[in-house]
Design a protein around this ligand. Structure first.
Ligand code: GDP
Length: 448
């Protein structure tokens, strides 16, 4: 990995690991399947100092002299045949000596191969342990580890693009760009403290300007959070309007026009009816709400209350009305991003988009109102986890700037500058505490 190599020197070895890896020995040789069950071929990865030795006991012929990254064809101890691909320490996914073994994908064959590896001295990898080791060995930073997880979980083109960008170091580079002016100011402050006679007073104007540069970088990163959330968690569109306007019919027409996402994200079940679809590569959540109208009926009142809630939570609100009825006037309507005149097969309206949920006319044009290219261009968008430390770094920089502006001694600024660096380090993992690491790696599956 290009950017992994860039940061190969920064090792996290010797630091306490997350609890899910707590007590596990990172010098063990570990093994786990790295392919999902059900395929014709399955791959199993060994990683750790004894990988080649373990492989030599389960696979034959194993050569006297191993040529790294050169595939070997042979037979496994359990009788199946397949390939072994050895990697040398320092030039593998984890940074450790490692071997990828591929065999036929039947559950029996994979189980027998894993069993043979365990007997030869390997232990089963914890979920996420391969990536955790890559992080601990300085192959990747924490944002890249998160991106590995996101690449494997990507459902849409936009999610994949975003994950690829972050895995290649996009976010890491942005954090580094904010970091370097802070490091420079800190050096200035410390030099003036330690060698005041030689260096003299800190150039307060320059120090404040450098802090301002860093703060600006961080502010720009924080601004990407919403865009990142739209790509990662989906863009929500609520269909609202009076009963019988054709909201449910439109909901179904939209679903037929777009690619339905089979595997919904966890934790999205709500009381309103909703479906995930991919529109132009973006994960979209369409929410069909109950009608909006004044009613004395208790159950219906609850439905209206939920519709209003769905509107408040949505990224876009589409107000659907029946074009055979008179246009009520925008001032009478709730705030909406798009007004949809439905049933245009019966009557056309001068207001909003004419659509027929029945014939499908105008539905494709409606879908063009969903934003495009959220994952591309501009800064690599941050994820929810990055927001709090970035905000804290920004606040620390503001305090340092105040010190430079105040005319008071500049020594106290170094505390704030160090705090800013520490918070940036929480994003990249350099200064991440075990509980931050645990939270990140808890979402990983076996074999990642
Ligand atoms: P909702 O209460 O807003 O969800 O409305 P429905 O989707 O249940 O539709 C109400 C009625 O309008 C049903 O009888 C639908 O068949 C009819 N309908 C919906 N869309 C159209 C349309 O585009 N053209 C025509 N002619 N009828 C429609």
């Amino acid at each position: 990995m290009r950017s992994g190599e860039m940061h190969a020197a920064r090792s996290h070895k010797g630091r306490a690991g997350p609890r899910h890896n707590g007590g596990v020995d990172l010098t063990d040789t570990i093994v786990a399947p790295i392919t999902a069950p059900g395929g014709a071929v399955a791959a199993v990865r060994l990683s750790g100092p004894r990988s080649w030795s373990v492989a030599s006991q389960v696979f034959a012929p194993w050569p006297e002299t191993v040529v790294a990254r050169s595939a070997l064809f042979g037979r496994f101890r359990h009788g199946d045949d397949g390939l072994a691909l050895p990697f040398a320490e320092g030039a593998s996914y984890t940074g450790e000596q490692s071997v990828e073994l591929s065999t036929h994908g039947s559950p029996a064959s994979v189980r027998a191969l894993l069993e043979a590896c365990l007997q030869a001295g390997a232990r089963t990898a914890e979920p996420g342990e391969f990536t955790y080791r890559a992080f601990m060995n300085g192959r990747i930073d924490l944002t890249q580890a998160e991106a590995v997880r996101d690449t494997v979980a990507a459902l849409t083109e936009a999610q994949l693009k975003l994950a690829n960008r972050q895995r290649e170091g996009g976010l890491l580079e942005q954090v580094e760009a904010a970091r370097s002016p802070i490091v420079r100011v800190l050096a200035m402050v410390e030099a003036s403290t330690d060698f005041s006679e030689e260096v003299g007073e800190v150039d307060r104007g320059l120090a404040a300007a450098l802090c301002g540069d860093a703060e600006e970088q961080i502010r720009a990163m924080l601004e990407t959070q919403k865009r990142g959330r739209h790509v990662r968690e989906g863009f929500t569109i609520a269909l609202v309007g009076p009963p019988n306007a054709g909201k449910s019919s439109l909901f179904n027409a939209v679903l037929r026009r777009s690619r339905a996402i089979v595997s919904p994200h966890a934790g999205t079940t709500r009381d309103t009816l909703e479906e995930l679809v991919e529109i132009d590569g973006l994960l979209c959540r369409f929410v069909d709400t109950a009608g909006l109208r004044e009613t004395a009926d208790e159950v219906e009142t609850e439905g209206v209350r939920r519709s209003i809630q769905a509107m408040e939570e949505a990224d876009q609100v589409w107000y659907v009305w029946d074009a055979t009825l008179p246009w009520p006037g925008e001032e009478q309507l709730p705030r909406a991003d798009l007004y949809v005149a439905n049933k245009c097969d019966l009557a056309r309206s001068d207001f909003g988009e004419n659509v027929s949920a029945l014939t499908g006319e105008g539905v494709d044009a409606l879908l063009t109102h969903v934003p495009k290219g959220l994952g591309a261009g501009g800064l690599a968008p941050i994820a929810a986890r990055h927001a709090a430390p970035l905000q804290q770094a920004r606040e620390a920089l503001a305090r340092a700037q105040e010190t430079f502006a105040s005319g008071l001694p500049t020594d106290p600024a170094s505390v704030d500058l160090r705090a800013a660096l520490r918070h940036l380090g929480e994003v990249t993992g350099e200064t991440a505490t075990p509980d931050i690491l645990e939270r990140v790696f808890a979402d990983f599956c076996i074999g990642k």
